[in-house]
Design a protein around this ligand. Structure first.
Ligand code: CP
Length: 313
């Protein structure tokens, strides 16, 4: 293995590296363990709210034996105007080996990786509507679990495309891996640059064709005031949501995914969240192992992993 210095954008990884990450994630799921050469310290900086990504990175870190430094952006000196770069340099100065960061600014990591004074490894836990690479890896794992390949699969990504980092990072990587990607939801929320990944198709025409349906949350917190005022959950559900009736048009072999958090009764009928075709909680379970695999790559690049051979002997 040649590890990764940082983990920032799923599309920077070769197909071989993606397969290596998925294989490692499955091995962790099967009980693989690693040993560290010395105490390793991580800080998780979530400038936007999170349940899944934050807690599953924590779980992955604890399972790998990484020690966590408690930093909460809302009570840190960021509130006094300290920059993200100076915050990371501060953590580096006190001995933090890696920082997992979620930030509303798309591409927050670009200036940090260009800064030769920053040696702390950086892991992107979501940047604005740019990338959500650890979510993409766990989504790839979940699809591979089901079908064993990506080539030729028809994947529909439906919902609030405009504000979704999951849509952007998944569409690009799935297309590269040979899947056929389609989009649906409000046409106004179909960004022009998504056309290079897949075409827009009306939801009722699209659903019966799909192998994988990925629903997206309506991100009300990112809509402007006027859009929030005019938004109606019941209307959205009827026009663009996976209603109980629409779900009957899916192929019996199709799977239903959602990065969550889920707006039950908006993008998906509440009863369908735990339906037999749904993989939503499986995605969350896979997330811990995907994040262990990501962190293992970072540890390897920094020569912090005990050699398995050395442990046996
Ligand atoms: N899927 C996802 O990123 O969820 P959180 O915002 O809760 O981390």
């Amino acid at each position: 293995m040649t590890g990764l210095a940082n983990f920032l954008n799923i599309n920077e990884l070769s197909n071989d590296k993606l397969m290596e990450l998925m294989k490692a994630a499955y091995a962790f799921r099967d009980g693989k363990q690693v040993h560290l050469k010395r105490p390793v310290f991580a800080a998780n900086l979530f400038f936007e709210n999170s349940t899944r990504t934050h807690s599953s990175f924590q779980m992955a870190q604890k399972r790998l034996g990484i020690q966590l430094i408690d930093v909460n952006p809302s009570t840190s000196s960021v509130t006094k105007g300290e920059s993200l770069s100076d915050t990371v340099k501060t953590l580096q100065a006190i001995g933090v080996d890696l920082a997992v960061i979620r930030h509303s600014q798309r591409g927050w990591y670009e200036t940090l990786v260009a800064d030769t004074n920053i040696e702390t490894a950086l892991v992107n836990a979501g940047d604005g509507n740019g990338q959500h690479p650890s979510q993409s890896l766990l989504d790839l794992m979940t699809i591979h679990d089901e079908f064993g390949h990506f080539e030729g699969l028809k994947v529909g990504i439906i919902g609030d495309l405009a504000h979704s980092r999951v849509a952007r990072s998944n569409a690009e990587i799935l297309k590269r891996l040979g899947a056929e990607v389609f989009f649906s939801g409000p046409k106004d929320w179909y960004p022009a640059d998504f056309a290079e990944f897949g075409e827009y198709v009306a939801i009722d025409e699209l659903l019966p064709r799909l192998d994988v349906l990925m629903l997206l949350r309506v991100q009300l917190e990112r809509l402007d005031h006027q859009a929030v005022e005019t938004f109606t959950a019941t209307e959205y559900h009827a026009q663009y949501g996976l209603t109980d009736e629409r779900a009957k048009t899916l192929k019996p072999t199709a799977i239903l995914m959602h990065p969550a958090p889920v707006n039950r009764g908006v993008e998906i009928s509440s009863d369908l969240v735990e339906a037999p075709q749904a993989r939503i909680f499986k995605q969350m379970e896979n997330g811990v192992y995907a994040r262990m695999a990501i962190l293992e790559q970072i540890l390897d690049a920094r020569n912090l992993l005990e050699d398995e051979y050395a442990l046996i002997n």
